[in-house]
Ligand binder design. Structure first.
Ligand SMILES: Cc1cc2nc3c(=O)[nH]c(=O)nc-3n(C[C@H](O)[C@H](O)[C@H](O)COP(=O)(O)OP(=O)(O)OC[C@H]3O[C@@H](n4cnc5c(N)ncnc54)[C@H](O)[C@@H]3O)c2cc1C
Length: 265
């Protein structure tokens, strides 16, 4: 099996993690006991992660077939936006500036407000074969998918909207530019994780070079050379304080690959 050496301190959007050999998936052959990685925009990788794998370039494609849009799971969302703009296709504008591959986006049911990748999804292809959306469970930033997604097929509608593109860009104007993995916690029902973090006075809390951003409280940011231990310790501190204050258990949106227990300093 081919492998690729990945330095997660450069590859991941939060700029944390070790340099490890990652198995490459080709011809739908998936090694057992490995965890799949997309483009690591939603990952916090510890010093001792489980064995990792990623899709090869074979899975980076966009095709129109029988009036539907087929997209390989290794395709970056940004490329889908460019394709849709060129071919006047609607409903994928929010992928712009939502960093990730189609596989990672489907697993996370990624989206922005009411725009979610499952909205126009028809089916995904895994080792089981084609699975229609109706046979999958999905909700806010979660799905029942526990296999590697190889490709997906979406409804095709005409009408790319530059206005929507602009609207989505504006919706991101309150996000920090520092390296992060996007929103650290999921919003609890009827509330916002960012609001709760502010309410317990932890907006801007810093440990080493990691912090909950001054710009948006729910973004765990790396000011340069921040460590996994500091990141986890901040996550635990916020979860504990919010539970003590409001009785709410904040769930991580960021996927942690490594030990999750770190003592708060
Ligand atoms: C600045 C910034 C802004 C962001 N804004 C948003 C936003 O608005 N909305 C939003 O939803 N997210 C947002 N995110 C988070 C991130 O963009 C999404 O979660 C995206 O789906 C991650 O895709 P990825 O390919 O990087 O997946 P990874 O981070 O590599 O992996 C995420 C999860 O998907 C699984 N996975 C990856 N590939 C596959 C595959 N082929 N098959 C099955 N499982 C797979 C992994 O095992 C892991 O559990 C943001 C992140 C950043 C850094």
């Amino acid at each position: 099996m081919k492998t690729k050496v990945i330095d997660f301190s450069k590859f991941s959007s939060i700029r944390i993690g070790p340099t490890v050999e990652v198995a490459l998936i080709e011809n739908d052959i998936v090694p057992e006991g490995y965890t799949v990685v997309g483009s690591a925009n939603n990952l916090l990788v510890g010093p001792n992660p489980p064995p990792l794998m990623m899709l090869s370039k074979q899975y980076d494609f966009i095709r129109i077939k029988n009036g539907q849009l087929h997209i390989g799971a290794a395709t970056p969302g940004g490329r889908v936006v460019s394709f849709c703009k060129k071919n006047d296709i609607a409903n994928f504008e929010y992928f712009s500036k939502l960093p990730g591959t189609i596989g990672g986006m489907i697993k996370m049911n990624a989206g922005l407000k009411e725009f979610e990748i499952f909205n126009y999804l028809i089916a995904v292809r895994t080792q089981t074969g084609w699975i229609p959306k109706e046979q999958l469970e999905y909700g806010y930033r979660k799905t029942s998918i526990n296999e590697v997604v190889f490709e997906a097929v979406f409804e095709l509608h005409q009408g790319f909207s530059s206005e929507r593109l602009e609207m989505f860009a504006k919706m991101r104007s309150n996000q920090p530019n520092d390296p992060s993995a996007g929103s650290c916690f999921k919003n609890p029902p009827g509330d916002y994780a960012g609001r709760l973090i502010e309410a317990v006075g932890l907006k801007g809390v810093r440990r080493g070079n990691m912090a909950f951003s001054e710009v948006h409280a729910n973004f765990l940011v790396n000011y340069g050379g921040g460590t996994y231990e500091d990141a986890l310790s901040l996550i635990n501190e916020v979860q504990q304080k919010i539970f003590e204050t409001f009785g709410i258990s904040l769930q991580c949106e960021v996927v942690i690959l490594g030990d999750t227990i770190v003592t708060i300093k």
